[in-house]
Design a protein around this ligand. Structure first.
Ligand code: HEC
Ligand code: HEC
Ligand code: HEC
Ligand code: HEC
Ligand code: HEC
Ligand code: HEC
Ligand code: HEC
Length: 512
């Protein structure tokens, strides 16, 4: 198995011996506690409101059994159990969970909501409250919530037996790999290069990138073309990715993350780069609730005078200028308004005529913009965005496999199979992702080359065994080829991952 390298250098434990006070204080922050094996850490879920009834008649029941958290699911007469192996989220608002099956991680349909102390459907189920047992945990999710993520190359959700080396954000998530620093501090010779990153000492763009790598989700993030090492603290986030945000008539309603909101504040715009996350937050410490008004007031008064605002004398500046909204779900959005306005801005619903634009500081090429439109078009099934993407991506060079694969997917959706197949063919030899392999299999099948299709689908299922399109195709081909037993075992294997799959169950019945 091939593991992609995690970002861990020395590991956080090593830092404790010399930076004990920081390590102790940091260990109690939500960032330090943002993921781990379920049952570890300080937070404890309650199990008094642990039954979820779905509108379609199904149910989910969570329980603690021998120190292990698991849930029972039921839909009609189908039922089963899953364990909640890992948690994501410290639990300020709530927590989501992941289940490991044969090295692949899936998002649980149930999440825990801290304020009401109850279990309910996870974010993303608002529009379709049907149990989905095979929602993949993509590496991006863990990269923002854990440290030293160990993905298995070529898969979308395959991880090492330990999916991450450290739960939560480790020291090196903000300071970069620390092995060289530790070596030097223990008396080793200095190599001349800066041994450790101190975010506060970086130039503005590099400094802001440290927090933005996780706090600037934007509407969609696209990895730049070509080979680059990926973001590392000390560098510029914009060297490895382009973050796109939504722009439209009513821009305010679309601004979600903390970094995006802050960038719109007069404080950030008019302080010549002085204002940043670290002006108000100490990354190593959570300010106790009762101390917050005084804590933030002091920060404001570093740049403002009390007399600048009639209400300022003795008042809690953030109560009026950075109000907090209530969190209904654990959707990713700022609760505290970071656009620091004179008046509170109402959150409206999203207008329809939205366009994507690169966040300031992130120049995006046509290719990047095309990929961004394609991503949201495919996700939201939006034809207008799909057409924009098509226009932009047709000009992309042939060896750009990420862009080519997305272009093929768009052609596929529009029924333009010939164009799609030509691209799958080309991309397959360079960057065989599970989706590309499955689609190429379908192309070969359409040409009558069933043996080749079968081989392709089998290899795709090794990389993504929960992918049902490939599995159903394979079973049909095996059955038509006269091997009913092989077809049955292919389908039964799929039930391991998704015992609620109506399509697999239907096909099994049809075969029998
Ligand atoms: C053997 C002791 C030792 C260990 C282990 C150690 N440090 Fe340090 N560190 C120091 C000392 C001493 C300084 C202050 C001297 C300096 O700034 O050069 C320092 C300074 C720093 C600074 C400030 C640098 C600056 O330019 O302002 C950071 C950040 C830091 N350490 C992070 C870490 C992290 C993260 C780890 C774990 C990966 C770690 N240290 C492990 C001894 C250590
Ligand atoms: C590797 C990803 C990552 C990086 C880098 C990162 N954060 Fe976070 N941050 C998170 C996650 C995830 C949470 C949510 C933690 C939770 O509640 O589970 C969070 C939460 C926070 C919170 C809320 C905690 C609280 O006490 O309410 C603050 C404030 C914060 N981050 C500030 C920063 C600042 C400042 C920086 C840069 C110096 C930074 N973060 C860098 C991922 C990151
Ligand atoms: C771009 C980085 C990023 C990605 C990707 C990401 N998160 Fe988060 N997550 C955050 C940050 C930052 C917060 C803190 C609140 C905020 O800023 O929205 C957070 C908050 C949360 C919370 C609430 C934590 C609490 O203490 O209440 C949960 C639960 C959560 N994320 C789960 C997930 C899951 C599950 C995934 C993947 C499917 C995911 N996140 C993907 C950065 C990220
Ligand atoms: C979320 C980002 C983040 C994480 C995680 C983080 N730090 Fe820091 N650290 C910072 C920032 C930002 C500064 C600069 C603070 C300032 O001077 O304003 C800093 C400064 C430091 C310094 C030098 C200045 C000082 O305060 O003494 C040391 C040493 C340090 N960190 C060690 C650690 C260690 C050890 C850990 C892990 C236990 C850690 N940090 C985790 C963001 C982080
Ligand atoms: C690093 C310096 C800095 C910090 C810290 C800072 N501000 Fe500002 N702020 C500015 C500058 C510069 C302006 C623009 C000039 C002005 O209006 O004073 C500004 C403008 C404002 C405005 C006017 C907004 C508008 O739309 O015209 C408000 C309100 C405000 N700040 C509130 C706050 C509050 C509340 C805090 C603390 C939570 C704060 N600021 C922290 C620098 C800062
Ligand atoms: C002018 C001061 C100020 C600056 C600058 C600032 N914040 Fe905040 N932030 C706050 C206040 C005030 C809160 C609310 C604290 C509380 O929970 O009472 C907050 C809360 C948060 C939270 C907790 C979730 C929420 O929305 O309540 C996160 C995460 C966060 N900030 C991230 C950031 C990041 C990332 C940056 C830099 C892009 C940043 N903040 C810059 C003042 C600031
Ligand atoms: C009770 C609510 C409230 C509190 C508390 C409050 N403000 Fe304000 N502040 C306002 C309002 C409302 C305005 C807009 C007044 C206007 O437009 O004439 C304002 C305006 C401002 C401005 C812009 C002034 C200008 O002429 O553009 C700044 C800067 C500011 N406040 C800073 C602060 C600081 C710093 C604190 C805390 C020390 C604070 N405010 C506390 C309500 C408040």
């Amino acid at each position: 198995m091939l593991f992609a390298a995690g970002s861990l250098g020395a590991g956080s434990k090593v830092c404790v011996s010399c930076h004990a006070a920081i390590a102790r204080s940091y260990a109690a922050t939500p960032m330090a506690l943002s993921s781990g094996a379920t049952g570890t850490g300080l937070f404890r879920e309650r199990f008094t409101a642990a039954s979820v009834s779905l509108t379609g008649g199904g149910s989910l029941d969570v329980a603690l059994k021998n120190g292990h958290v698991e849930y029972a699911f039921r839909e009609g007469d189908l039922k089963g159990r899953r364990s909640l192996d890992y948690f994501l989220g410290a639990g300020l608002v709530g927590r989501s969970y992941a289940t490991a099956i044969e090295g692949f991680l899936f998002q649980a349909p149930v999440s825990y909501y801290s304020a009401p102390q109850k279990w309910a459907l996870s974010p993303g189920y608002e529009r379709n409250p049907q149990i989905n047992l095979i929602r993949e945990v993509e590496p991006a999710c863990l990269k923002c919530h854990a440290t030293g993520v160990q993905t298995i190359a070529g898969t979308t959700n395959g991880y090492a037996a330990e999916p991450f080396q450290e739960g939560g954000i480790g020291c090196e998530g903000c300071h970069g790999a620390g092995d060289e620093h530790v070596r030097i501090m223990k008396g080793g010779k200095a190599s001349g290069a800066r041994s450790i990153v101190n975010p506060a000492k970086l130039p503005g763009g590099q400094r802001d990138s440290v927090c933005a790598q996780c706090h600037l989700p934007g509407a969609v993030e696209i990895a730049r073309a070509g080979k680059h090492a990926g973001y590392k603290p000390g560098g510029l986030l914009s060297d490895s990715v382009v973050v796109f945000v939504l722009a439209g008539v009513d821009r305010e309603a679309t601004v979600n993350g903390h970094a995006e909101q802050l960038s719109r504040s007069a404080c950030a715009r008019q302080s010549n780069g002085k204002l940043w996350c670290g002006s108000c937050h100490d990354a190593h410490r959570t300010v106790p609730v009762q101390e917050r008004p005084a804590h933030y007031r002091k920060k404001c008064l570093q740049c403002h005078e009390e007399k600048s605002c009639k209400a300022a004398v003795g008042g809690d500046c953030t109560a009026c200028h950075m109000p907090k909204q209530q969190a209904a779900t654990v959707a990713h959005a700022a609760l505290t308004q970071h656009s620091i306005a004179k008046k509170t801005v109402a959150q409206a619903s999203l207008p329809a005529n939205l366009e994507l634009t690169p966040f300031e500081g992130f120049a995006g090429s046509d290719r990047d913009l095309g990929l961004a439109y394609a991503t949201i078009a495919i996700r939201d099934n939006n034809r207008a965005w799909g057409l924009r993407a098509l226009e932009l991506l047709t000009k992309v060079p042939e060896d750009d496999t990420k862009a080519a694969a997305k272009l093929a997917q768009l052609y596929d959706r529009m029924g333009r199979d010939k164009q799609a197949c030509a691209i799958y063919e080309r991309v397959h030899s360079l960057d065989p992702t599970p989706a590309v392999i499955v689609n190429l299999g379908a192309c070969r099948a359409a040409e009558g080359k069933i043996e080749e299709s079968i081989a392709l689908w089998k290899s795709a299922l090794k990389l993504s065994p929960a992918m049902e399109a490939g599995r159903l195709n394979l079973a049909v081909a095996q059955f038509r080829g006269g091997d009913g037993e092989a077809a049955k075992s292919t389908l039964r294997e799929g039930l391991k991952f998704n015992p609620l799959s109506t399509r697999i169950l239907q096909m099994l019945r049809d075969i029998q």
